[in-house]
Design a binder for this molecule. Structure first.
Ligand SMILES: Nc1ncnc2c1ncn2[C@@H]1O[C@H](COP(=O)(O)OP(=O)(O)OP(=O)(O)O)[C@@H](O)[C@H]1O
Length: 260
């Protein structure tokens, strides 16, 4: 039995009169790919913001597995959470557009490492030794995702699909234990979405990590998720395998029915 890597208990957040996330208790296991779906405004991105530390909950708890036990991370900043192995991508692409693809990956690798930043300022011998190693690691990562040929291109010059791909590579560069992907297929054409589906499957096989995916593209999310949570009005409406969710009458009524 694999261990629980992420767990929430009765997690809620209110903005004025709106309870955007309402007593949500979910969990994700080691190496599991969990889909998070629900109609617009259901609270998916707000839940991600609670899990990654952008928002503090009004009630409830977020815990992650660290040092052999589940620890409560409610009070930890996004930076501290990233040091514990949490990485995310955003709905809106957030790359350094005027830096190269390789530089974008290198920046992501260092962002997590304060002692590295000090070495870089002081230009210590270990800085130069590590620098070469890091470049090799970044190139190896780009190679896995078929991007070495654009390593020296400015991120701004990449196609939309490639920019989204680079966002994922940057998140992976921090070697996360948990990766949050917020609508990675948003704005993609069908070919790019197909490539992204393969990419997510590849990440799951090649990297050992838990992935939590928000996605409106049903073909994608049903193809890659092992288990799903459905949110509606901030609450968990259902959880189950893709087949179970597709056949759940409450889900069909609340959400999938909207499309049919
Ligand atoms: N910072 C905020 N202040 C006030 N209300 C907010 C804030 N963030 C989210 N909300 C509200 O919380 C609810 C949930 O929004 P959220 O963006 O989490 O939904 P979502 O499921 O991610 O939607 P979508 O699929 O459209 O991205 C909405 O009613 C939204 O207006």
């Amino acid at each position: 039995m694999t261990r629980t890597i992420l767990k929430t208990r009765d997690l809620s957040v209110r903005f004025g009169g709106v309870t955007a996330v309402d007593q949500v208790s979910i969990e994700a296991r080691e190496n599991e790919l969990v889909g998070l779906i629900g109609p617009n405004g259901a609270g998916k991105t707000t839940l991600f913001n609670l899990l990654t530390g952008v928002y503090k909950p009004t009630n409830g708890e977020v815990s992650i597995f660290s040092n052999d036990k589940l620890i409560n991370i409610n009070q930890l900043s996004p930076y501290k959470r990233s040091q514990l192995g949490i990485a995310r991508t955003f709905q809106n692409i957030r790359l350094f557009k005027s830096r190269t693809v390789l530089e974008n990956v290198l920046i992501a690798m260092t962002a997590k490492n304060k002692s590295y930043s000090l070495q870089a300022i002081l230009r210590t011998p270990s800085f130069y030794k590590n620098e070469e190693k890091r470049q090799q690691q970044a190139m190896a990562l780009l190679d896995i995702f078929g991007m070495t040929n654009v390593a020296d291109e400015l991120a701004d010059n990449l196609s939309y699909g490639q920019q989204r791909r680079l966002e994922i590579v940057r998140a992976l560069a921090t070697k996360p234990a948990i990766l949050f992907l917020d609508e990675p297929a948003a704005g993609m054409n069908p070919q790019e979405t197909k490539e992204l589906t393969d990419l997510i499957k590849q990440i799951q096989v090649q990297f050992k990590m838990t992935i939590i995916l928000i996605e409106h593209d049903m073909n994608l999310v049903m193809a890659v998720s092992e288990r799903l949570y459905v949110l509606e009005y901030g609450k968990v409406l259902a959880t189950g395998t893709p087949i179970e969710i597709q056949n759940n009458p409450a889900v069909i009524k609340a959400y999938l029915g909207e499309e049919g």
